[in-house]
Ligand binder design. Structure first.
Ligand code: ZN
Length: 179
């Protein structure tokens, strides 16, 4: 069983700005290990700390390109250009996806788990992942990236999704909890 529960839309933790990481210590490394395990179990290509209720500027990813899992701390986008439409989903908005236009190319800087400065020049899927996970660190979900028509059409779906999770949480039957 995955070490963390993935928070879903409606959970206030997903709307907050995560705090900058001051110390990369053993505790943080254990959090990252747990996040990677949770990401694989989901499964997903990326997972940001707020999605497991941890308000830190940190995310993990594995684009399944053979590079293995990676983590970045205190990331930020220093440059972006181009435009790319891509059908985007989110583990915190399960079952739904939308074609969203964002910059294609991003230059991301941050720190790795050894405290070294790292930077990535990323396009297409990798560039999209960085932008999506960085949004999570700023309390932004992909539903806030929809255009007007998409947002209108998505309203009911998102509401039903939130009600569904609410109902699950209210389930009073003892001993039947899935968690
Ligand atoms: Zn997401």
């Amino acid at each position: 069983m995955a070490p963390y529960e993935i928070r879903v839309i409606g959970d206030p933790v997903l709307k907050q700005t995560a705090a900058k990481v001051d110390d990369i210590d053993g505790k943080l490394v254990r959090i990252v290990d747990g996040m990677i395990e949770t990401m694989y179990a989901a499964p997903g290509l990326g997972l940001a700390a707020p999605q497991v209720g941890i308000q830190k500027q940190l995310f993990v990813w594995d684009l399944q390109d053979g590079a293995g899992p990676k983590a970045i701390v205190n990331p930020r986008i220093v440059e972006s250009d181009g435009e790319w439409a891509y059908e985007e989903g989110c583990l915190s908005v399960p079952g739904l996806s939308w074609e969203i236009v964002r910059p294609n190319h991003v230059h991301v800087v941050g720190v790795d788990l050894d405290g070294n400065d790292v930077e990535y020049e990323a396009s297409e899927l990798e560039g999209r992942m960085f932008q999506h996970e960085l949004d999570h660190l700023n309390g932004v979900l992909l539903v806030e990236r929809l255009d007007e028509d998409q947002a209108k059409a998505a309203k009911r779906q998102v509401r039903d999704l939130m009600l569904g999770f609410g109902a699950e949480r209210r389930d009073p039957s003892p001993g039947l909890s899935l968690r």
